[in-house]
Design a protein. Sequence first.
Length: 217
Amino acid sequence: MIKDQLLTIKSTLPDHVTLVAVSKTKPDEDLLEAYEAGQRIFGENKVQEMVGKWERLPKDIKWHMIGHLQRNKVKYMAEFVDLVHGVDSFRLLVEINKRAEQLNRSIDCLLQIHIAEEDTKFGLNEEELNTLLKSDEYQQLKHVNVVGLMGMATFTDDETQIRREFKHLKSIFDAIQTENEQIKILSMGMSGDYKIAIEEGSTMVRIGSSIFGKRNY
Ligand SMILES: *Cc1c(COP(=O)(O)O)cnc(C)c1O
């Protein structure tokens, strides 16, 4: 079941699009089923849950933190996290840098951009993004690599609106990419909107329920 859904989705993704299997709330055996089918990148939105899964599951899994992240939780995942998608403040970036430095590593991060109409979705606006990337304080952080942007569209049936929001994020991405060669990843698209996201230039989709089924909270 999970295997079939995973492979069906994978077969529709263009080669330049990376799939993050969003496994939040799901038990280890569900992740293992996806793992057996070849999936190696998993996305979680709670640090404690991700740490437990990292401890129990195969060590070649790449763990992506996709949720809103509190600074006091960074230390628990700094050792193993592969990519942090939702970095939405300079203070959070400083904390990630500090923890990475203690471990003698660098952590790849995506800056989250606010593109939705809802004010509940976190993220920087374009001006805040540019200010951050140009600041001396940012240039001094040697243990974080900002490798791209992440965004979430409004939760709506209005495809025109979703497309407009993804287009907006892609235009911001293109603008900073010309000045920063390390910017490569555009993380946008979930189960309900990933096809539109790919048409609008996504390079990484975060898909949960279409692979693992509906979540029970
Ligand atoms: C839960 C979640 C997803 C996956 O959502 P689905 O609709 O189940 O595909 C993607 N991105 C983020 C940030 C999430 O929290």
